[in-house]
Design a protein around this ligand. Structure first.
Ligand code: FAQ
Length: 311
């Protein structure tokens, strides 16, 4: 039993219409979008840190230029997404505050360390691969500004995924030590990549409502399955072993059966207790504090310009 206004809103969603910023929307819809879009934005921004760690140590000039471009793309994605969230009536300062005080989440994946150059390849291949799997359907999300932001983001993520695969394709043809480095990266990034899709459907508190509102088009487990089905043949092609003893092709379902990630670890990481949570948040807080003089300068300049205009 919905209110008439809410029923009309749901009918528009069901008819596949986009909702635009100044239109009426249920408070829960607005809140869900602010939560998801801001967390997504924070993920892009925090997501620069693990890869930024290797920019100064990229093995060739070409690899360095590619990695720089990728990390800059992530900054751009964060900025589009903050803009999309701002259309829902939250300010950027509020979102930063929520990140810096630990209230807002960002993707669990960015709380793991990048220990070798192969990790940069693994992030492109697996993390961007998972991001694309999740974000392609978000291009059809019911909220216009979020859906449109996803179009360009998905194109750039595709380049990121290809560059990661290319790093690994080169390394597996290198020395045995290089190949072992790639296998080690896969061993460490496989399970955290599967966790990116969120908890299993029975533990996903937001999925049912978000799917009814067409914010999400697929459940967490559906996308995780698609990711495994897409990625295992790529691992085979690279001559790598996916670190899952339960992984097995299931002819009847036309997909792989696979084991469950360690959900205890997942919930620890999203509660702030992953291997790099403190380091990541520390880096973001420091960047904010170090930028104070610049924000003050900008504000002083704006005040002066305003005074000049009105003088
Ligand atoms: N990490 O009820 P659900 C990238 C939280 S890609 C942390 O299933 P929902 C590109 C969830 O927020 C990564 N927290 O939630 C890149 C909720 O807690 P809350 C970013 C997680 O929203 C690549 C609780 O668990 N992509 O950055 C995670 O329906 C390389 C219950 O979960 C996006 O954000 C997790 N993995 O579904 C950048 C995509 N999973 O908020 C740099 C957009 C769940 O109530 C380098 N987001 N939680 O406190 C989504 O599609 C959804 O929000 C899901 C979660 C699917 C992530």
């Amino acid at each position: 039993d919905m209110e008439p206004q809410e029923r009309a809103f749901q009918e528009r969603i069901d008819a596949g219409q986009k909702i635009e910023p100044k239109e009426w929307m249920p408070e829960g819809y607005r809140k869900t979008l602010v939560r998801q879009i801001s967390q997504h934005a924070h993920s892009e921004i925090v997501g620069q840190l693990p890869e930024g760690n290797w920019i100064t140590r990229a093995p060739t000039l070409e690899r360095k230029a590619i990695l720089l471009a990728k990390v800059q793309d992530e900054a751009g994605h964060g900025l589009y997404l903050y803009c999309a969230a701002e259309t829902l009536g939250i300010s950027r300062d509020e979102m930063y505050e929520q990140l810096h005080c630990g209230k807002a989440k960002y993707s669990s994946i960015f709380n793991y360390p990048t220990l070798s150059w192969a990790d940069i390849g693994a992030i492109g291949w697996l993390v961007d691969g998972a991001a694309i799997m999740n974000q392609v359907p978000l291009q059809r999300c019911s909220y216009g500004p979020y859906a449109r932001a996803m179009v360009r983001i998905c194109k750039e993520e595709s380049f990121h995924q290809r560059q990661g695969f290319d790093v690994l394709a080169k390394m597996v043809k290198g020395t045995p030590a290089q190949k072992a480095m790639v296998q080690d990266a896969l061993d460490r990034w496989w399970w955290p990549s599967l966790m990116m899709f969120g908890p299993s459907d029975d533990a996903s508190v937001h999925s049912a409502q978000s799917m009814a509102w067409k914010i999400k088009q697929n459940s967490n487990d559906e996308l995780r399955q698609k990711f495994v089905d897409q990625t295992v043949p790529q691992a085979d092609y690279l001559g790598l072993t996916v670190p899952d003893p339960e992984l097995k092709w299931n002819e009847a379902k036309g997909g792989y059966d696979f084991g469950q990630p360690d959900w205890k670890e997942f919930f620890e990481v999203i509660a702030g207790n992953g291997p790099c949570n403190a380091e990541r948040l520390g880096a973001r807080r420091k960047a904010w504090d170090d930028g104070a003089w610049f924000r003050e300068g900008l504000a002083a300049h704006a005040t002066k310009a305003e005074q000049r205009r009105t003088a």
